[in-house]
Structure formats: C-alpha cells, structure tokens
Design a protein around this ligand. Structure first.
Ligand code: NI
Ligand code: MN
Length: 228
C-alpha cells in the first residue's frame, strides 16, 4: 500500500497509486489565479477528479479543462456534477454525503462539511469532505469546514491514514480547531491546507501541532510518498 501525494497549493492535491500509476486522483485543483501554484492545468495528468464544493478556489475552469484533457470523470455532490455537464464535461459521478462509489483503484466517498457552496452565484449543493481510498491508503480531505462532532464518526467509519485539514481560519477551521479535528480523526499523518494563499488566510503552519500525530507540512509542488 502506497501513494505519492503531490500538493498543488491551497486545497489541491494529486494522489497517485504508486503501484498502479495509471490511477491518479486530482482533488480541488485550483491553479489558474493561484499565485502559490507550481503547476498549470496542462501539467496535471490524472484518471479521476474529486471536488469538495463549488467555491472558485476549489472548482471552476481548471476542473473542466483537466477533466476534458484527461477524459477524467468528476466526482462531486449532485448539483456540482450536473453543472460540470453543462460545461462540456462528459463523465461525472454525482453523489451526496454518506454515499460511496467503487472505483478501479478503491473508492470515493463524500462526508459532511460545515460550509457553504456556490459558483458564480449559483447554488452548488452542500459542501462536502472527501474520503479517498487508493493504493490501499485511506485519505480524508476535509474540504472547507468548521470543526464538527461528526469527525469522530468519520474516524469510526473510515479510519483514515492521512487527513488534509484546512487551517487558514476565517472561512474554515484555524490551527487550534484543526488540531482538535486531528485528535478526533486520529490519522497517522495530517497535512495542513487552505492557508497563506492570500493575506486573509495567513497562518504559520508551525502553530498547528496536534499532539501525537505527525504533521506533514508541504509546499506547493512538493511530492510526499506515503506507505511501503
Ligand atoms: Ni469554500
Ligand atoms: Mn476555500
């Protein structure tokens, strides 16, 4: 069991199955208009895309371009998936929180998130977190969210090995709440995200230190190998 996790900046990740490298999942790729990004949409080679919610720092033209170029299906909440089809994306996997879809590499599930979701003024369904099982590794990408008690249930249901948690505050948890979230989820590793993209979500990631959990701080463009 092993994956290669590339941080695309902000809340974007590319997660590749080390042993079956034809399977790579892009989560919330936000590259155009993201000064921290080291990749362009053309650089992203993926087989699948999963989107947490409709806000433009997670979803939009980059999603559509990457989906089309790679013939990659887009997984997301029902309204968001429907919107993708109106933008010419051919394959979508509409879902809702609590649902799971089997894939050739494992599965994708959506969880609750406490947050809003819209795109260009249009309702995009509820905001979600993402569970990705790939290469025998289970990853919880919390999306944009507040701390909520259901994270304990997420731990019980999925036992994630790695969790990506927002720490930027203002729109999501800040470092203190994210540390509480990490305790509730209890993964082996936690990766902070959704900070320092703009001054209004500036944070020192060193202030995020959940006890007894290893923190993997990544810079945009970094790739980290997790597993055997
Ligand atoms: Ni958001
Ligand atoms: Mn956001």
């Amino acid at each position: 069991m092993a994956v290669d996790i590339t941080y695309l900046g902000h809340s974007g990740f590319l997660i590749r199955d080390t042993n079956q490298p034809e399977y790579a999942v892009a989560i919330d790729p936000f590259l155009t208009g993201n000064d921290s990004a080291k990749h362009t949409p053309d650089d992203i080679k993926c087989s699948h895309i999963v989107i947490s919610h409709g806000h433009a720092d997670h979803f939009g033209d980059d999603t559509f371009a990457i989906a089309k170029k790679n013939s990659a299906p887009v997984f997301g909440v029902f309204e968001l998936a429907e919107f993708c089809t109106t933008q010419g994306v051919e394959a979508v996997e509409p879902m809702n929180p609590g649902g799971q879809v089997q894939t050739p590499f494992g599965f994708v599930a959506l969880t609750d998130a406490v947050h809003s979701s819209s795109y260009q003024g249009q309702y995009m369904g509820v905001a979600t977190g993402i569970i990705l099982n790939i290469g025998g590794v289970t990853i919880y990408h919390a999306g944009d969210t507040a701390l909520f008690r259901g994270m304990k249930t997420i731990r019980k249901l999925y036992k994630p090995n790695v969790a990506m948690l927002p720490i930027g505050d203002r729109f999501t948890m800040g470092p203190d709440h994210a540390a509480r979230a990490a305790e509730m989820i209890s993964p082996k590793f936690v990766i902070p995200m959704h900070y320092n993209t703009w001054p209004i979500i500036e944070q020192d990631p060193a202030t995020f230190h959940p006890p007894a959990i290893s923190t993997q701080i990544m810079a945009a463009g970094d790739t980290w190998h997790y597993g055997g």
